[in-house]
Unconditional design. Sequence first.
Length: 176
Amino acid sequence: MADILRWICAGALKIGYRIVFILILLAILDFIYQRWEHIQSMKMTKQEVKEEHRQARRRSTGKIQNPLLAIENGAAPHDENVHKADVVITNPTEIAIALQYDSQTMSAPQVLAKGKRLLAQRIRQIALENDIPLVENKPLAQALYKAVDIGQEIPGNFYQAVAEILAYVYRLKGKF
């Protein structure tokens, strides 16, 4: 009787160990599968990657990577700010920089919008529609375009040139 009981207990223990081993193996396989499935679900489709890349380009430093696309969509960044500008400095047809200066709230003039080619044309068009003076200064326009991003104040080395232009514009508008 005792031998039968030992034999049953040993058999039950063997079966228990095998069941535990199989359950552990199944848990490991399930963990690996769940992780793989999670990684697959986190991957973006090609269309999502393209859209994310497009949005990142639009967000990066406020620069337009594809001005044609922005104009076609009617959403060229900072177009809405051009009407607030005091002056638009141009390089006849290639570059336009919209500047604003408020001595009460700003320590230096700020770039509201800037653009090349089609965006420059759009900025000039908005400026003309809003009676904002266009001042042609090729070297200053090129230097500002390279040195200052949209939303930034101009660096100190441009103060003199911009101050002269703003003084001229303010005299035209009768603000001086």
